[in-house]
Design a binder for this molecule. Structure first.
Ligand code: FAD
Ligand code: 2HG
Ligand code: ZN
Length: 509
């Protein structure tokens, strides 16, 4: 039975909180195949690195920030999933925008390809080289420049880690408008470059709305100052949007101004057990209606997803087993008001028979533990071996149907097929885990998943982007005319095509 607010159970075990996510591939035995071999890609017409290039980079950065030792570069050549691997021989770590500009000027004039890298937590193979691209790591561009507490604006370099920014602004009564499981490792520049969604998009909207200004460096080294500290700025074309979500293919983001909302005083999280997707959808719609402005997150978790996170991390669910779970969060300014609203909503949903069981809490550690069950799912799945990950937008009326369809298609070949994600934003994460990359599963899943999504007029990438892994499927979500315009933009901004080649735009294999 549902436990009311006053009698939240002590069923939660104390779990070590992990803020910096594990790099799963490092613990696995073998490195993945080189991308060029697994996916039969042709190297573009770029120059190869010479000693004179290294000397030039050292003159800009000093030798300590121009790294050529193979073992030091290895982890920058492999993505978080262990799905793609390049073989870059040079890793550069600029600290200033001017250094980025000088590096790009040189790369452009020499026709050396470049892959910008943030925290390397991207899930579509965009953050690592495909061949021998120069890796431009933004990790030392991590200065917080300014917080305007009155206006709620943060100005920082792009290599700042999201969690560090959250800590910084929360000391000033503000919060970051974005939160995601990779927060301990991903950079704000990576977030903006992928237009990451995350757990609170439902509340704060996406980064196109929250990024007020951008400083970026074009492929030829030109520094573009598009910084603005105002929400309202209609001075011509909104150029900053070209960089939001362009995954390092149009420029390198070096600095940002971001709108930070006031931190909420009161938070409640409810973890609910439900019998069916229909009951879950009804509960979500009721939450939108009854909780209104205080609803800040709404996450669907199916039973396989909860199983993998509890098993792999030895976590305990606060409620017994159900086919579906819904994690609802409210954030508001008045605890009493919010608790009353949440209680009324839960009571009504229980009475209707939509919710079978649940627990709710406003206590910090219990709230964190409920979130941990959800946030651990992606890394728990990676621990099983290899994961085929799909991140799709689907109409709510058909949201979950693809999960059983996919189970049927892959049968015993997979360890697990599960569905979870941001139902509040119509964004499903469909994951198929197996012991290792398996061509048989690959062919059963792709392009089927994209055709299926396209038939429902969904998006083949709700939030992770296109990167390397989805380039050839972009056509399922973009009309030929739109693809042509994307290509024209790329040619205009990066005529030599040096910025993150083989990514986003369809490649000729
Ligand atoms: P990287 O992975 O290093 O790079 C991503 C892309 O951005 C690459 O194409 C790279 O070239 C480019 N790039 C990075 N920095 C710059 C820069 N300064 N200038 C230009 N280009 C740049 N994503 C979501 O959207 N929502 C989620 O809820 C979410 N949860 C996740 C949970 C886990 C456990 C993990 C592992 C990943 C999750 N992701 C999620 C995916 C990933 O974390 C995001 O895409 C994140 O925004 C990537 O940031 P990063 O700094 O790691 O970028
Ligand atoms: C999440 O919402 C992330 O947890 C990752 O977007 C999803 O790994 C995934 O499939
Ligand atoms: Zn997500």
């Amino acid at each position: 039975m549902y436990r009311p607010l006053a009698s939240i159970s002590n069923k939660f075990r104390n779990i070590n909180n992990f803020s910096s996510i594990e790099r799963s591939y490092q613990s696995s035995k073998a490195l993945p195949d080189l991308t060029k071999d697994r996916y039969a890609v042709q190297r573009g017409d770029f120059s190869e690195i010479k000693n004179s290039d290294i000397k030039h980079f050292e003159s800009i950065l000093s030798s300590s920030r121009c790294i050529t030792d193979k073992s030091d570069i290895e982890s920058y050549n492999v993505d978080f999933l262990g799905a793609v691997r390049g073989y870059s021989q040079v890793l550069l770590k600029p600290k200033t925008t001017e250094e980025v500009s000088t590096i790009l000027q040189h790369c452009n004039s020499r026709k050396l390809a470049v892959c910008s890298q943030g925290g390397n937590t991207g899930l579509v193979g965009g953050s690592v080289p495909v061949f021998d691209e120069v890796i431009l790591s933004m990790q030392l561009m991590n200065k917080i420049e300014h917080v305007d507490e009155m206006a709620g604006i943060l100005v920082c370099q792009s290599g700042c880690i999201l969690e560090k920014l959250e800590e910084h602004v929360s000391e000033r009564g503000l919060c970051m408008p974005i939160d995601l499981g990779a927060k301990g490792t991903c950079h704000i520049g990576g977030n903006v470059s992928t237009n990451a969604g995350g757990l609170r998009l439902l509340r704060y909207g996406n980064l196109h709305g929250n990024v007020l200004g951008i400083e970026a460096v074009k492929a030829d080294g030109t520094i573009l100052d598009l910084m603005s500290n105002f929400k309202k700025d209609n001075t011509g074309y909104h150029l900053k949007h070209l960089f939001i979500g362009s995954e390092g293919t149009l420029g390198v983001i070096t600095k940002l101004a971001i709108a930070c909302p006031t931190a909420s005083k009161a938070k409640n999280v409810a973890f609910l057990g439900l019998e069916s997707y229909d009951a879950l959808l009804k509960t979500f719609l009721a939450a939108k209606r009854d909780l209104g402005e205080i609803l800040s997150a709404c996450e669907l978790i199916d039973s396989e997803s909860l199983k993998v996170s509890t098993q792999q991390y030895n976590l305990t669910s606060p409620i017994s087993e159900y086919p579906f779970y819904l994690l609802l969060e409210t954030s508001g300014s008045n605890a009493e008001h919010d608790e009353e609203k949440v209680s009324n909503f839960l009571e009504a949903a229980m009475n209707r028979g939509d919710i079978l069981d649940g627990t709710v809490s406003s206590e910090g550690n219990k709230v964190a533990q409920m979130w941990q069950l959800r946030e651990s799912i992606p890394t728990a799945l990676i621990k099983e071996g290899y994961v085929f990950k799909y991140d799709i937008s689907l109409p709510l009326s058909h949201f979950y149907e693809i999960v059983p369809v996919m189970r049927e298609r892959v049968g015993d070949l997979a360890i697990r097929v599960c569905g979870y994600g941001h139902i509040g934003d119509s964004n499903l994460h469909l994951n198929v885990s197996c012991t290792e990359f398996n061509d048989n599963i690959y062919k059963r899943v792709e392009p089927f998943v994209y055709e299926y999504t396209s038939k429902l007029r969904g998006s083949i990438s709700a939030e992770h982007g296109i990167g390397f892994l989805k380039t050839n499927y972009l056509k399922y979500s973009k009309q030929p005319e739109a693809l042509d315009l994307m290509k024209e933009l790329k040619t205009m901004m990066d005529p030599n095509g040096i910025l993150n080649p083989y990514k986003v735009l369809p490649r000729n294999t």
